[in-house]
Structure formats: C-alpha cells, structure tokens
Design a protein around this ligand. Structure first.
Ligand code: DQA
Length: 142
C-alpha cells in the first residue's frame, strides 16, 4: 500500500525551527524515518512538504482521486484554512492528523481549532516525531 505523509508550512525547517517545541530531528531525517517505519509495516511511504497552500490542496485532490491514505501535518493551515477543510472532506481513504506538539495545550487560542480533525480517522498530537510512526501504525492496524 502506498501512503502519503504530507507536511505543511515551515516543517521543512524541522530541527532548526523552535527546537524547544518541535525537537532536533531534521526534516531530512523525518523523511528517512517515515520511509524506514513504512518499510517495517509493509507500506510504501512518500513524504512531502510544501510552503504553498495550493500545492497541498493539489496533493489532497490527487490522494482523493487515487484513494491514497494520507498522514497529514498541515501545520498552521490546520488552524486557518477552510480550503483545507473542503479538501479533507472529499477523502475516502483514511486520513490521520499529526502534530508534533499538542496544539490544544499551547497558549495561542488560534491553535485550539483544527480544520482537519472533523475528517480525520485519528488525531495524534504531542508525541513528537514518534507521532508519525504511530500514525503509520494506525493505518496498518485498521
Ligand atoms: C504543528 C502545530 C501547529 O500549531 C503549528 O502551526 C505548526 C506545527 C505541530 O506539528 O506541532 O507549524 O502542526
């Protein structure tokens, strides 16, 4: 099974961006970890990141057409994008929402709303990079 791990804005700077919140694992390391975790689970994992909202919407539309399961860390768009909400609504394969931190426990009120969650089969937050592994596992155990 092919699975897409899609990452939104600023996650390409993982490891350098606010490491006290997001940890020191780099984005390149995350890509390799997801590939290796997928291999253990029998999944062909393709990890992508974009800072351009339309690109993420295009990927979600493609995933909808091809019925590809998606692990999604939409980063700040999680809290802001109704277009993302609409894109997630059409998915028929499983959608697992991941956040490295737990947005619901952070001080900014805007982080307490997720436009992904209503359509997510599961939300995994606050588990660090490990959350991506848990997300991939949850796709297999379904
Ligand atoms: C995040 C949480 C979001 O609130 C934030 O905008 C991010 C990353 C996380 O993985 O913890 O960029 O999605």
């Amino acid at each position: 099974t092919t699975v897409w791990v899609l990452n939104g804005p600023n996650l390409g700077r993982l490891g350098r961006r606010q490491p006290e919140i997001y940890g020191r694992t780099t984005y390149a390391e995350l890509v390799e970890l997801c590939r290796a975790w997928g291999e253990e689970l029998g999944l062909a994992v393709e990890t992508r990141q974009t800072n351009h909202e339309g690109e993420l919407l295009d990927w979600l539309n493609e995933a909808a057409d091809a019925q590809i399961p998606v692990v999604l860390n939409a980063a700040a768009w999680t809290h802001s994008s109704m277009a993302l909400y609409d894109a997630c609504a059409q998915l028929t394969a499983p959608l697992v929402e991941v956040h490295i931190s737990d947005p619901t426990q952070r001080p900014e009120a805007f982080r307490h709303t997720s436009y992904v969650e209503p359509y997510a089969t599961r939300t995994i937050a606050g588990q660090g990079i490990e959350g991506y592994r848990l997300a991939l596992e949850s796709l297999v155990s379904r």
